[in-house]
Design a protein around this ligand. Structure first.
Ligand SMILES: Cc1cc2nc3c(=O)[nH]c(=O)nc-3n(C[C@H](O)[C@H](O)[C@H](O)COP(=O)(O)OP(=O)(O)OC[C@H]3O[C@@H](n4cnc5c(N)ncnc54)[C@H](O)[C@@H]3O)c2cc1C
Length: 313
């Protein structure tokens, strides 16, 4: 079925959200490079997303894209449908009872930290420095400053591929270091978050420290995806990369940041292929140097361009 026909069928069935074809999705990721998505769908609200999921063909590939701060979109782009939750329909943050916030999964981590400050809730300052949204934070169990998203989560509302709603308690999410074991089939819609009472002064101070620390040790103004690799059990990933001589290593327009060598950056004209090849080259060199296996934290999605491939070690 052509994309045009699919869109017409979905609209005729009452799906109201926005459709966009041939979208330069890679340019929307923080790396600002990579291919196009055949079709991007932004549902109007939860009911609209459910209607869409009930109608699309079961074999249609689906990807969910948050703010794109942990994504590398390969140069050949993405087939099927990419779902993006709009801030309008899914970005709300509402105080809920005492010590709780009900947050839509399109809300940015920064806006959650700001809302927690207003509500006098501590333990959210780490979100002030993470450039993603709540959906990505849940899927990645994003963390910093010795706090993980998991610690703030009471309950998550999610929808599956058939459009059925699921309520997951924190323990059902299978959180571990930068990982959530909840089914990949689930799209997170909103979550109930909690934190202890704290004074506005203490929260503001913690947020300012987060910002200051990041600006001094991370290339936060570069086109990057944050930490490229998860920390292995033995040491920090950056230590293994540094020891293997890969600080500043460059392939095409891709470079392991001289400032923080577990951050990969697009210095200007990198392709997604440059970046992925650089990452896999680093993994190989680190393994040869120290026997340490580094595992990607950045999610790589989509197809290689014609003629490209990366042979996995
Ligand atoms: C400068 C910089 C600093 C960073 N610092 C940190 C840090 O300190 N700690 C840290 O943990 N990370 C850090 N990151 C990485 C990144 O910001 C986090 O992983 C963030 O949580 C990703 O959120 P996102 O909305 O951008 O998700 P995306 O990158 O768009 O997606 C990430 C994953 O989440 C999935 N996803 C997104 N939304 C949903 C949803 N609604 N339902 C289900 N799955 C979903 C996607 O399919 C994908 O698998 C940093 C990145 C940058 C660029």
């Amino acid at each position: 079925m052509s994309t045009d026909t699919l869109i017409k069928e979905l609209q005729a069935s009452g799906v109201k959200g926005r459709f966009a074809q041939n979208v330069e999705l890679g340019k929307l990721s923080w790396f600002r490079c990579g291919g196009r998505a055949d079709l991007v769908f932004q549902p109007q609200d939860e009911a609209d997303l459910a209607a869409f999921l009930r109608i699309i063909p079961a074999d249609m590939p689906l990807n969910i894209f948050g703010i794109g701060s942990n994504m590398l979109v390969r140069d050949g782009g993405i087939r099927g449908v990419v779902i993006r939750l709009s801030n309008k329909g899914f970005g709300g943050i509402v105080p809920h009872g005492s010590h709780q916030l009900l947050v839509g999964c399109a809300a940015s981590d920064k806006s959650i930290a700001a809302a927690a400050l207003t509500a006098g809730l501590g333990g959210f300052h780490f979100f002030h420095g993470i450039p993603g949204g709540l959906g990505g934070a849940l899927r990645m169990n994003a963390g910093a400053n010795n706090i993980e998203t998991a610690e703030r989560v009471i309950q998550v509302r999610a929808i599956d591929r058939q459009g059925k709603i699921h309520i997951l308690e924190s323990q059902d999410m299978g959180f571990s270091y930068r990982h959530c074991a909840a089914s990949q089939d689930l799209i997170f819609i909103s979550a109930l978050l909690t934190g202890p009472s704290a004074s506005a002064d203490d929260i503001s101070r913690a947020m300012a420290e987060v910002q200051h620390h990041r600006e001094s040790v991370q290339p936060v103004r570069e086109k990057t995806g944050g930490s490229t690799f998860r920390n292995p059990p033995q040491c920090s990933a950056w230590e293994a990369i540094d020891a293997a001589g890969c600080r500043g290593l460059t392939i095409g327009g891709a470079q392991m940041s001289p400032m923080h060598c577990n951050f990969m950056i697009n210095t200007g004209e990198a392709t997604a292929y440059d970046l992925e090849l650089l990452g896999d080259t680093v993994r190989k060199r680190v393994y040869e140097h120290s026997g340490i296996h580094l595992h990607w934290e950045i999610k790589r999605i989509g197809d290689f361009s014609l003629g490209q491939s990366i042979l996995k070690p």
